[in-house]
Design a protein around this ligand. Structure first.
Ligand code: NAD
Length: 307
């Protein structure tokens, strides 16, 4: 029997993720959204692409949660975008309410699932999910680092004129603005980029990565990135479903690692069938540790509303 993945939020990220999962035949997909007809319509459209592309994954759309029962993975992309006149705090409260309800509805029907949180502010929403479900830390994971490192890898490859496949990038901390890139652990064919590029060039690429989300928003104007975010989420889904034990930068609940007790933060984790199977610790320099702690504090401040 094929594995089952529920994707809540059939918008840009959710529907593109459903497409990627179907095309790789990793699992059957249930797409859930509040808007009537949209998950059903997108689900049917994806199903009808199967004969042409040669996949047999089943894709179902729904406005309620019963169809999600027994899922192996739940991906939460449901949420609102910031509207004119809405403060960051208003958005935080609105998405917190949505994500809490989604987490409760899905967790009770799939009590053994691993939940991947995409909705922003992602690190805070992961906290909301863990609190709402009571799931252990292994099974609540935020997606952010894979996307940030994919952006960094893209820029490194283009700067050096090499294949993206030869690149490896290491990022820690919160997703986006407070990301902490580690250039000495970022490599091209195993060679640290600090040996391949000038410091100023690396700083320029780091800055572009940090603003990677905003760069896309300023081009699209009416939405945010979804091709790379859905690809990043797919890599996490695959690592879990295929029990790959892949080390990826994800937001995980820390219980003392990196000197942090009780907060979600972006760290390298080993992803396998049980979810987060290990938090991989590396030694940080004083500046890196300080930047990491600053990003943890920013996430903690966002979580206060939900404690
Ligand atoms: P979108 O607006 O295209 O899709 C969001 C969907 O959620 C909509 O279809 C909407 O109807 C649905 N929704 C709203 N309330 C719901 C509810 N209560 N139950 C079920 N569905 C509901 O947005 P998008 O571009 O797909 O982005 C989705 C989220 O992912 C946003 O919060 C965005 O900021 C975030 N995001 C995070 C990352 C990351 O790296 N973590 C990357 C990209 C996007």
């Amino acid at each position: 029997m094929r594995k089952k993945v529920t994707v809540v939020g059939a918008g840009h990220v959710g529907a593109t993720l459903a497409q990627r999962i179907a095309e790789t035949e990793l699992a059957d997909v249930v797409l859930v959204d509040v808007v009537e007809g949209v998950p059903q319509g997108k689900g049917l459209d994806l199903l009808e692409a199967g004969p042409v592309l040669g996949y047999d994954s089943n894709i179902t759309g729904a406005n309620s949660y019963d169809e999600t029962a027994g899922s192996d993975i739940i991906v939460i992309t449901a949420g609102l975008a910031r509207k004119p006149g809405m403060s960051r705090d208003d958005l935080l409260a609105a998405n917190g309410d949505i994500v809490k309800k989604v987490a409760q509805e899905t967790a009770k029907r799939s009590p053994k699932a691993v939940i991947i949180v995409v909705t922003n502010p992602m690190d805070v929403m992961a906290f909301v999910v863990m609190k709402a479900t009571g799931f252990p830390r292994e099974r609540v994971i935020g997606m952010g680092g894979v996307l940030d490192s994919a952006r960094f890898r893209t820029f490194i490859a283009r700067e050096l004129g090499v294949s993206v496949e030869n690149t490896h990038a290491f990022v820690l901390g919160g997703h986006g603005d407070s990301m902490v890139p580690l250039p000495r652990y970022s490599t091209v064919a195993g060679i640290p980029i600090t040996e391949l590029m000038k410091k100023e060039t690396i700083e320029k690429l780091v800055e572009r990565t940090r603003n990677g989300g905003a760069e896309i928003v300023s081009l699209l104007k009416t939405g945010s990135a979804y091709y790379a975010p859905s690809a990043a989420t797919l890599e996490m889904v695959e690592a879990i479903l295929l029990d790959k034990k892949k080390i990826l930068p994800c937001s995980a609940w820390l219980e003392g690692e990196y000197g942090v007790k009780g907060a979600f933060a972006g760290v390298p984790v080993k992803l396998g069938a049980s979810g987060v199977e290990q938090v991989v610790e590396i030694r940080l320099g004083a500046d890196e540790q300080a930047a990491f702690m600053k990003s943890v504090e920013a996430v903690r401040a966002g979580c206060e509303k939900f404690t």
